[in-house]
Design a protein around this ligand. Sequence first.
Ligand code: AMP
Length: 114
Amino acid sequence: MSCLFCRIAAGEIPATVVARSDGAIAFRDLSPQAPIHVLVIPTEHITSAAHLAPGNRSPVFGEVMALAAQVAADLGLAESGYRLVVNTGKDGGQSVDHLHVHVLGGRQMTWPPG
Ligand code: AMP
């Protein structure tokens, strides 16, 4: 298995896991860009948001988003707010080719993003 995030999901590479659900796992980003920075991934390999086919893939992404919202709430971000980011492809700044949602919080976010 060569995909980094598949290996994290399988427990082959250590990560600080903060939550799991059926089909998704949440762990701390190695290089946090905010006081709270968690990644939420589907346990099954999906390369990017561009690879979400209508219909059959939607439940998986729904699971990922639900876990992202749960993690944000569990980490105390529900009231202050937070940002969910899905970098997609080269111009989107995606560096790991396994779909992931960044949960960023604990500071005021700025717009537009870089
Ligand atoms: P992206 O640039 O949107 O593809 O996000 C990939 C993220 O994965 C970056 O924020 C990295 O810091 C993070 N990352 C890379 N390797 C690891 C790892 N082994 N454990 C946790 N986070 C990682």
